[in-house]
Design a binder for this molecule. Structure first.
Ligand SMILES: C[S@@+](CC[C@H](N)C(=O)[O-])C[C@H]1O[C@@H](n2cnc3c(N)ncnc32)[C@H](O)[C@@H]1O
Ligand SMILES: [Mg+2]
Length: 266
């Protein structure tokens, strides 16, 4: 079934025009200031009164920024970049970590182009790389790229999962199969309550044995090469958020999952 949000990007083009038509003085003022670029996104409204949708926002985003400060990941990847809000918010934190790099994986070329303009405006284009394509394909490409850049590369330090909810598990199984998760890797997944990602929440809370059964039973839509790794031990905490955002009362949660070791193979 096609996703609703796949239908073009007319609205998003209006937002891009708004940025491009900002008075020169304002553009000069926000250039190189990630927090001011984020403010432009936060404060923009379309003619129908709605704001830029789907962004992580400052509340859940602020919580994840806290995790980045705690863990100091050198390599962080996000699945689903949209217009670059999370890439700018988190990329700004990563820019404070020596050698830190942020990879934003986005399937929609129009969105990715807007994100690139905003990331450049924020002055983060040396830190944030936007990869256009399906996350499951870009992950394979990214691994090659990282191995080529750094022969010591093994696993990702942090992953932000925020694309289509029915792809959370299939794409996590790709990351597992590529051996890009190891003890110490932190996975942060958005929208656990609204709209909800029940399959993912179940998956990261399974014991290794349960996951072994799941992987044997449930085919990965990304192909047989990506069955997943059952022997990773995950520890998950669900952080709930509730409050009024853009005039609506909302409840949501973020799953924070740490890989803490390997289960013994028999
Ligand atoms: C919720 S938005 C991301 C919001 C962004 N993380 C933020 O906080 O600013 C989800 C994005 O995932 C993208 N997407 C959907 N399926 C994808 C896939 N298979 N690979 C990469 N991106 C995908 C959509 O095009 C959309 O832009
Ligand atoms: Mg989200």
């Amino acid at each position: 079934m096609p996703h609703m949000e796949d239908n073009g990007s007319e609205k998003e083009q209006l937002f891009l025009q708004h940025i491009q038509n900002l008075p020169q003085e304002r553009l000069d003022a926000i250039r190189g200031h990630p927090e001011l670029v984020l403010k432009e996104i936060d404060e923009f409204t379309y003619p129908d009164g709605s704001g830029v949708r789907m962004c992580i926002g400052d509340v859940k985003g602020g919580f994840i920024v806290g995790k980045i400060r705690e863990r100091k990941p050198k390599i962080m990847v996000e699945l689903g970049g949209y217009l670059g809000y999370s890439a700018i918010l988190f990329g700004n934190e990563i820019s404070k970590i020596p050698g830190g790099r942020y990879y934003s994986l986005e399937v929609n070329e129009d969105y990715a182009k807007i994100a690139y303009e905003l990331v450049k405006l924020a002055g983060l284009d040396e830190i944030v790389t936007i990869m256009i394509g399906k996350a499951c394909d870009s992950l394979v490409e990214l691994q090659q790229k990282l191995l080529h850049k750094d022969l010591g590369f093994q696993a990702l330090d942090m992953v932000f999962i925020d694309h289509w909810k029915d792809l959370y598990v299939p794409d996590l199984r790709v990351i597992e199969s590529l051996n890009m998760i190891a003890p110490g890797t932190l996975l942060v997944a958005d929208n656990i309550i609204t709209p909800g990602a029940p399959e993912y929440h179940k998956y990261v809370n399974m014991s290794p044995e349960e996951r072994r059964g799941y992987q044997a039973k449930v085919r990965n839509v990304n192909g047989f090469d990506f069955i997943g790794r059952w022997d990773l031990i995950y520890k998950t905490e669900t952080k709930e958020f509730e409050g009024v955002i853009r005039n609506k009362h909302r409840k949501d949660a973020v799953d924070v999952t740490e890989c803490v070791g390997y289960a013994k193979k028999d």
